[in-house]
Design a protein around this ligand. Sequence first.
Ligand code: SF4
Length: 346
Amino acid sequence: MNIEIFQKNLIEWYKKEGRDLPWRHTRDPYAIWVSEIMLQQTQVDTVKNYYIRFLKTLPDVQSLAEADEDLIFKLWEGLGYYRRVRHMQEAARRIMDEYDGHFPDNYDDIIRLKGIGAYTASAISSIAFGQEKGVIDGNTLRILSRIYNRQDNIALDKTKKAWQFLMDDLIHGSDPSMFNQGMMDLGAGICTPKHPDCKSCPVSDFCEAHASGTESLLPVNIKNTSKTDLYYITAILKKDDKYFLIKNKEGLLENLYGFVQYEVESPVSFEETFYENYGFSVRLYEYCKEIKHVFSHRIWHMNVYLGEIPDEPGTSGRLSGHLYTEAEMAELPISTAHRKICTQIS
Ligand code: SF4
C-alpha cells in the first residue's frame, strides 16, 4: 500500500466532509480531554450541549480541580457512568500538583492520568500536540479489519494491541490530528458496521475487503458479555410535600442522589431493612410499576412503590437521608436510573 496516498486521500476528504463539532475548533488539551471522556459512552449529538455547558462552567484544569463535587455531578447528570467525571477531577488535581496546572504534553504522561486509557491518550496527544499515536476503538478496528481483510476477533485485547502497530504505521508522516479525526469520521459515517458506503469512501482503492467483496462479513467481533439482572424494590417515600432521598456513598452511583432501594422480595422486607438502616419507620402502600435501567454489564429492574413516612424522620440510624421538595430535587445530581422514577411523582 502507498501509505502517503492513503493519508492524503483520507485527510483531504476529512477537510471537506468532516463533521463540524464544537471540540474541533480548539487544540486546548483540556477541552479535547473533556470531549473525549464524554464521548466514551455517549452519542455525539448528546455530548454537544453537555460539552458546551461544562466548558462554560469549568473552563480549565484549575476550575475543575477546585469545583464542588455536587456541581461536577450536576454538570454530568444524564450522561451516565459518573465515575468518568470523578476520575477527571482526580486527574485535574494531579495536574495542578505535579504539572503546575499545565496539561502534560505527551502520550506517556497523559495515559498515567486517572481515567485515561490508550484511546483517549492517543486522541489528546495527537490532536492537541501532534503526536503520531493512532486511535484504536471500534470504528478504527473495523476500518483496519476491512482495509487489510483480516479475520482477527476485534473484541480481543490481543487484537487491539497488535493493531495499534498497524495504526501507528498508517499515521506516521501525516498530520496526526487530521488523520485520527479523519479515521473517526470515516468509521462514523462511511465505513459503518452495516452497509458501508464504499462508493463514497476516500480510501476504497486501498481496501482489500472491498476488492474481494467481504466488507459486509467484517469485522469479526465476538463478545462475551454477560449482563447481570438485579431486582430491587425502590420506594418513593413522601412526608408532606417532600421526598426522602439519600446520597450514595459507594457503588455504581456513588455521589449521586436517589431513592432508597433494596434487593428484597417484599414490601415488608423493605420496611424492615429500612428501619434497621435509618432508625425510623416507613410504610409502602402502593405498587406503581417496574422501571428498567440498563448499564453496560448490569440491568436494574426497579419495582417502584409509593410509601409514606408517618412520623418525623429520626436521625439515630446508621445511615441518613434528607427530605427534598420537587424543586430542590430538580437541582440535585440524580442518577438517570432514578430520574426515570421521578416521572412517577408528578
Ligand atoms: S471501501 Fe468500504 S469497506 Fe473499505 S474502508 Fe472504505 S467504506 Fe470501509
